[in-house]
Ligand binder design. Structure first.
Ligand SMILES: [Zn+2]
Length: 372
């Protein structure tokens, strides 16, 4: 099992400058590799891959010696990212890869950490003082607010606003032993209701959000009618901006409260592992899903679960709404059918309630195979 563990690091101003510069090198390398790839394809349908990019990088380093200022691994890892971006695009999980702007390129990956088999330091490791260490940067303060256990597979250094973080990808972390699997809940995030739990509890969609969003649309429409550049135009821009922020804040607030209550109450929480993008593409569902901030909610659940010693399990969403949660009989139904009626065992349940029970069952099956 691979787990990401995130810790804040505190580089000095000078270290920040260096890290930021390295990020720029990564970003430029990413962008120019993307351009090269496009050019090669246009010219002679050439499939310019990761290894070609690496060769080009070697040449670039001769031409632009400043590229040698940073460790080579994170620079090469850029091509892995680009390759993934294309793979996601071809699998229709993402848009066509774009050139990255400053704000969009915020992290670099060190694919190895610590010491190699011969005992040599890798580009990033811990110093004897327990700080993050790189020969060029020196020691960087890190706040290990919780123990870092297991084998570190890689390190991502990330800039978020003015703060910097170290994200360790760690292998071999056993599930927490204090986990109470009897205190488990499945959650179905729905369209009509925000969330339905496997014990039947329901959480309504926040209406106030709907209302505010309607308001937002209205102000946006008004803005489009104003003369660009006029004083009224700028006033309206201000209004839209403020409302936008308000809606965002309210949504976040609602989700924080809900995720807080759920993670406090339950130690195992099961949700569907949905491909958000695919759902958002479905126009009918789009409004309510993006509304619901489902991705944000799931992130909150993840870290809050962890903080409380619980665990969030994401299960395969296949058939969760079709299967009978009582006898596993498959009951096909379209999205408009809101009630699950099993023709085999006779169980009648709200559609989302039935789904959340299936989600829970799948998670427990998974958990039991891990702990056995
Ligand atoms: Zn049944």
């Amino acid at each position: 099992m691979l787990v990401n563990q995130k810790y804040e690091i505190f580089p000095t101003e000078k270290q920040k400058e260096t890290l930021d510069r390295w990020l720029q090198y990564c970003r430029q390398t990413y962008n120019s590799a993307l351009l090269d790839k496009e050019r090669k394809y246009k010219q002679n349908r050439e499939n310019y891959n990761r290894y070609d990019m690496q060769k080009q990088l070697t040449l670039d380093k001769r031409k632009y010696p400043f590229l040698k200022e940073m460790p080579s691994q994170p620079l090469q890892e850029v091509f892995v990212r680009l390759q993934k971006a294309f793979e996601n695009f071809f699998r229709k999980n993402a848009r066509y890869p774009k050139r990255k702007k400053y704000k969009e390129y915020t992290s670099m990956t060190f694919p190895q950490f610590g010491f190699n088999k011969k005992g040599n330091r890798m580009a990033m490791s811990f110093s004897s003082n327990g700080k993050l260490y790189n020969t060029r940067l020196g020691e960087i303060d890190i706040l290990l607010h919780r123990p870092l256990e297991g084998i570190i597979k890689q390190l991502i250094v990330k800039r978020q606003g003015n703060r910097w973080y170290a994200i360790f990808c760690v292998e071999g972390q056993a599930p927490p032993t204090t986990l109470d699997i009897h205190n488990a809940i499945g959650i179905d995030v729905g369209i009509n209701k925000y969330a339905v739990l496997s014990n039947g509890l329901e959480y309504e969609n926040p209406r106030f959000l709907r209302k505010k969003e309607k308001q937002l649309k209205k102000t946006q429409r008004r803005l489009s009618k104003k003369k660009k550049g006029s004083a009224n135009y700028f006033k309206q821009v201000q209004r839209v901006r403020q409302l936008h922020e308000k809606v965002g804040n309210q949504r976040r607030d609602f989700l924080h409260k809900l995720s807080y209550n759920l993670t406090k109450e339950y130690s195992v929480i099961a949700v569907e592992n949905l491909n958000i993008r695919n759902m958002v593409r479905n126009r009918k569902l789009a409004k309510s899903i993006s509304d619901a901030g489902w991705g944000m909610f799931r992130n909150m659940l993840t870290y809050k679960c962890e903080r409380n010693g619980g665990v969030l399990i994401k299960v395969d969403p296949k058939f969760t709404s079709q299967d009978c949660s009582s006898c596993t009989n498959l009951v096909k139904k379209s999205l408009s059918i809101r009630t699950h009626i099993c023709t085999k065992c006779g169980m009648i349940l709200d559609r989302d309630h039935n789904a959340s029970r299936n989600i829970l069952q799948k998670a427990l099956d998974e958990l039991l195979t891990i702990t056995e």
